[in-house]
Design a protein around this ligand. Sequence first.
Ligand SMILES: [Zn+2]
Ligand SMILES: [Zn+2]
Length: 336
Amino acid sequence: MVKCSYCGKPAVYINKVGNIAYCRQHFIEYFEHKARKTIRKYNMIKPGDHVLIGVSGGKDSMALLHFLLKLKKKMQRLEITAVLVDEGISGYREKTIPNLVNYAEKYGVKYIIASFRDYIGATLDDIVKTSFQNNLPYMPCSYCGVFRRYVLNKVAREINANVIATAHNMDDIVQTYLMNLVSNSWDRIVSLGPVRSSSEEYIVKRIKPFYELSEKETALYALLNNLIQPDFNQCPYVKYNIRFTIRKLINELEDKYPGSKYGLLRSLLNIINMQNKFKIYEKKYKTCLLCGNPSSHSVCKACLFRAKLNLLNTEQYNKLAEITSSDTEVARALKS
Ligand SMILES: [Zn+2]
Ligand SMILES: [Zn+2]
């Protein structure tokens, strides 16, 4: 039996990189210390902030909610609202929504359930159906990612939250980094930092407190704190995503060469530092003329998707026609 490197009790986790073993208590201390350090290092949260936590009810986001609630006890005037985006994937969310609701009611956390049906006009299941029927060239995860961001931004504005916290961990980040390398999307790569703040005030600051913690560590933290149901299942659309393959690849690499993930993360941070210094990929933000959310074009990606899926109202379609008559960029995006 492996023993905790600090106290000699039975170990629940071994960090292969430094070869350090942790018992339950020392693992939780290590995990929370690392997340707090990340928050301090990147100035993520300050007293008086209202933090919207994007929660799915799954292990990662429940871990984030639990951790930030603990932080709130130490930090004055920190307001927290958990927001669960219900995409409308049958057989999936029914299992994770109770995770959030039970937890929030037990600990007195404010929470909101915002559905695709209310905010987008259709469930993801319906969207995927329409998309296949109309031969649109997008995978379910493209819609989901764009629409989830759209809903979170919208809710943040509605409740006056000035920070959006998401539970992305090191594995998520490194996977997205490689996916964007494959598609040569450097403007996206440079936006994968631990914090996205903007000088323009209508963009809500986005933070990732688990940036330097692995998927394994986050899952263990959730498990040790009894935050998830043991039968937790994964999204049924995951097999359509290139992430699925890249995740397997990176895990194989990490198995053979421990520390590879962290190495990739460091290389990403290096690129982001260079971007901050030399501003090679400058993204100018505007306000979407249809919905008011931040966007790099005059119509945001979510509204373009909604237009193609017949989900805008008449007034919005008229407005869009007016925009496309003078904005060739939007007209092209609508056709592609
Ligand atoms: Zn110990
Ligand atoms: Zn929009």
